[in-house]
Design a protein around this ligand. Structure first.
Ligand code: C5P
Length: 223
């Protein structure tokens, strides 16, 4: 069986950064599942599809022409050959992603694509339902949180570094709304798996969280 670490939690908790650090250290594969919902949202917007048109968006998700390329500075994401690494990080794309992610057909369409990432020597997968729906048999499941203010600060810093201009108050509101949508939807809502380990990272540094999870991984997988 392929060893899998799942990291779920609300927006801006630092899941992506930590998943990348761990995958790099262990030399395992990585799945940024949120990017698939963001890509579906971006593709729908590029094609001028209305968010009411569930059938068309599901079809789009099923046929998504996406490529992930590993670069020293992180993942490069291509949609139909176009580099959309930065574009999918925009807050409004995140908000649209949360809307398309509530569609059962879209989640179903993206399921097999996500499971295909489970390849030797191992996988680190981050998202909202990695430990509950996509990889329920994963040996190490983490539910990562941080206070809403801290998460907004982190996201603000991250977007700023990418040159994306945002207003912090609007960001707090956006994150809250998105979490509410994600936690209250019918299909695969944001919730910890029964066997997940909770980690509140509000006052932890990236290095501390990474080290703690690596320690857990070494124990669980006898690395
Ligand atoms: O993690 P990220 O913020 O990139 O995810 C964007 C949106 O995609 C989330 O707000 C959520 O609605 C959706 N998502 C999801 N299930 C996942 C990952 C992301 O529903 N496993």
């Amino acid at each position: 069986m392929i060893p899998i670490i799942t990291i779920d939690g609300p927006s801006g908790a630092g899941k992506g950064t930590i998943a990348q650090a761990i995958a790099r250290e262990l030399e395992w594969n990585i799945l940024d599942s949120g990017s698939l919902y963001r890509l579906t949202a971006l593709a729908a917007s590029k094609e001028g599809l209305s968010l009411d048109n569930e059938e068309a968006i599901e079809k789009l998700a099923r046929g998504l022409a996406v490529k992930f390329e590993s670069m020293p500075q992180g993942l490069k994401i291509l949609l139909k050959g176009e580099d959309v690494t930065e574009a999918i990080r925009e807050e409004q794309v995140g908000m649209m992603a949360s809307k398309v992610a509530a569609m059962e057909g879209v989640r179903e369409a993206l399921l097999a694509r996500q499971r295909d990432f489970a390849k030797a020597p191992g996988l680190v997968a981050d998202g909202r339902d990695m430990g509950t729906t996509v990889f329920p048999d994963a040996l190490l499941k983490v539910f990562m949180t941080a206070s809403a203010e801290e998460r907004a600060q982190r996201r603000y810093k991250q977007l700023k570094e990418k040159g994306i201009d945002v207003n912090i108050a609007a960001l707090v509101e956006d994150l809250k709304l998105r979490d509410e949508q994600d936690a209250n939807r019918k299909v695969s809502p944001l919730k910890p798996a029964d066997d997940a380990i909770f980690l509140d990272t509000t006052s932890m540094s990236i290095e501390q969280v990474t080290e703690q999870l690596l320690e857990l991984a070494r124990q669980r997988f006898s690395l």
